[in-house]
Design a protein around this ligand. Sequence first.
Ligand SMILES: Cc1cc2nc3c(=O)[nH]c(=O)nc-3n(C[C@H](O)[C@H](O)[C@H](O)COP(=O)(O)OP(=O)(O)OC[C@H]3O[C@@H](n4cnc5c(N)ncnc54)[C@H](O)[C@@H]3O)c2cc1C
Length: 397
Amino acid sequence: MSQQPTTETPKIAIIGGGPGGLTLARILHINGIASTVFERDEHALARPQGGSLDMHADTGMRALRLAGLEDAFRNVARYEDQDGKVCSPDGKLLFSDSDPDGERPEIDRTQLRQLFLDALPGGTVRWGQKVEAVRPLADGRYAVFANGGDGGEAGEPFDLVVGADGAWSRVRPLVSDAVPCYEGVIFCELGIDDADAQHPALAALVGHGKMFAKGRSRTLVGQRSSNAHIRVYAALRAPESALKLDTADPDRTRQEIAGHFADFAPVLRALITEAKLLAIRPMYALPVGHRWANRPGVTLIGDAAHLMSPFGGEGANTAMADGADLAMALADGNDWRQAVADYEAIMFPRAEEAADGAAEGLRGGVSEDAPDHILEHVAAARERAHPGNRVDDGASA
Ligand SMILES: Cc1cc2nc3c(=O)[nH]c(=O)nc-3n(C[C@H](O)[C@H](O)[C@H](O)COP(=O)(O)OP(=O)(O)OC[C@H]3O[C@@H](n4cnc5c(N)ncnc54)[C@H](O)[C@@H]3O)c2cc1C
């Protein structure tokens, strides 16, 4: 299809109000471009958004700067929670460092979402709008159907529809046949509230940041969030059907998870036995290097474009970078169709590199090997950021 250059402003629908979609909406807004965000959640606090995220300089932090939200971010971010530890399954501390001047400040997901929501004009986000389908119209626009409205009736037309709707995107099939595949690892997500007062030993174990303990095909991660909450990820390499949440008796599932970590030291296993089970998440990913031929009027950002394992800590960061790059390209005032193609050209290689790292991180991070992989990974990252890290060998966690 040949494109005529135009300076018209497109009518934009963003499907999904996660980190990617809200970054896009906010940066468009401060550049004078309106958008509509369709979000299936009934309201901002309809469901817990998950644990803490660290923001990376070139992606998440840059997006916050372009969104004019750096100061608001600093008010809630936790610069003091960037420490890292690696333990062996028997509780021996293999590596530890403290990094209060690090460049990866932490923020809870709920707080991050709220920063963006507070900075958008009322009505930008349409809550409780689950998009069922997006269909091309004869005039080149796309109709968005929400909440069961995917029959014959007219959906709302938009010039540009951006799929920011995560792993199981309803927009992605318009540009790509790719579907996420199971990566062989189940993440069990648990939470411990008020850890400093109620569970001081676990608070000390996790410290002010993240603690990894890697066994054979099983890895435990403890991560401090705000308000002394500890988020625990118990990851195991297993068939997807190996573990299911017993909704009638989640305690039984939690005991089953603890059983998978029976050879871990009691202090580590307590991260499971003293926690509340929050979710069982089989890890899915899109193929590394997923891309598509540009289709005028539709694009994807974030997980919808490049779902990857959380082991690289890049998913939310790259989603925000995508939102920022697409918004900046559209704000340039040139042909908006070309702007979308320009954004995709920037995003594809960045996503491929991040997804490659995340896949490698998951392969090594939850594997048959001894903890060397995680140890090397954490130590190398810290050494790059701050030469002269301390390695404690032989101490107890
Ligand atoms: C256990 C775990 C830990 C992680 N840790 C990190 C980390 O430390 N650092 C990091 O950078 N990333 C991390 N990630 C990855 C990160 O969560 C995602 O990459 C990120 O949230 C993607 O943002 P997004 O905006 O693309 O999509 P999402 O966050 O998935 O947001 C999509 C939004 O779209 C809405 N939606 C979905 N479908 C529809 C529909 N049909 N209609 C309307 N709305 C819809 C959803 O309700 C949601 O609000 C982690 C992921 C997991 C699972």
